[in-house]
Design a protein around this ligand. Structure first.
Ligand SMILES: N[C@@H](CCC(=O)N[C@@H](CS)C(=O)NCC(=O)O)C(=O)O
Length: 227
């Protein structure tokens, strides 16, 4: 069991929230340390890649959200319920779904984020490529995920945490760039699934923190522009 876990990053980050959901669901006490990417070269960058999130533990530092998730599972309190299914083939399928979500959906949408969230000009070619890749990613996920329940079946897993953080960010992005119905058109069962995931206390906590951090960031930017 760990004595002290410190997660570095920001509640506006999808990968940070994937880990934060795991910490909450696995009942692991943790501390949040605000850290934005772009802090310079390693080691000032906080992580070797310069990306957030990363985790400091009493035993050492860890980078990359999936490696961190696996570590949290290894140290979780015995009384907590694992967020991986019990049997090996289902556990592997859960990891497979996380790969689909991160490699084929998050990575597909990311080129549009600067226009959606950071004030950059929207490039129509970039948007068209993102939509084409997202369509393929949604088709792939839909073939393997159980959208009528939790993605891996009866129980909530890390795949559901990954689905919420990335797909809700993709949904916000598509709304901003005028593609509001894209997800429903290409994966109709997703909407009911997302409504169900939104009810979960861990989802509600990360969403409240994300909105508060987003507001604080906007205020900071407005103040900086005024100076
Ligand atoms: N593969 C990494 C991805 C982390 C990632 O992309 N983080 C974003 C924030 S959500 C970031 O730091 N972006 C800034 C950058 O790429 O410089 C993980 O799983 O932890």
């Amino acid at each position: 069991m760990s004595s002290r876990l410190r997660i570095f990053g920001s509640p506006i980050s999808t990968y940070y929230n994937k880990i934060k959901i795991a910490l909450i669901e696995l009942d692991l006490p943790f501390e949040e340390v605000p850290f934005m990417p772009g802090a310079g070269h390693w080691p000032e960058s906080g992580s070797p890649s310069g990306k957030i999130p990363f985790l400091h533990t009493a035993e050492g530092k860890l980078y990359e959200s999936q490696a961190i998730i696996e570590y949290l599972e290894d140290i979780r309190p015995q009384a907590s319920v694992s967020l991986f299914p019990g049997n090996p083939i289902e556990r592997a399928r859960c990891r497979e779904l996380i790969q689909y979500i991160e490699l084929y959906l998050d990575a597909a949408a990311r080129p549009v984020y600067p226009a959606a969230f950071w004030g950059a000009q929207l490039n129509q070619d970039v948007l068209a490529a993102a939509l084409e890749n997202l369509e393929k990613g949604l088709r792939t996920l839909g073939r393997r995920a159980d959208l009528e329940h939790w993605l891996c079946g009866e129980h909530y897993t890390h795949a559901d945490a990954a689905a919420w953080v990335h797909l809700s960010a993709i949904r916000r992005t598509l709304n901003i760039v005028g593609e509001k119905d894209f997800l429903d058109r290409h994966l109709p069962a997703l909407s009911g699934y997302m409504d169900r995931a939104a009810q979960r206390p861990s989802t509600q906590r990360i969403e409240a923190d994300r909105r508060a951090a987003g507001r604080a960031l906007k205020e900071q930017q407005t103040t900086a522009q005024g100076n």
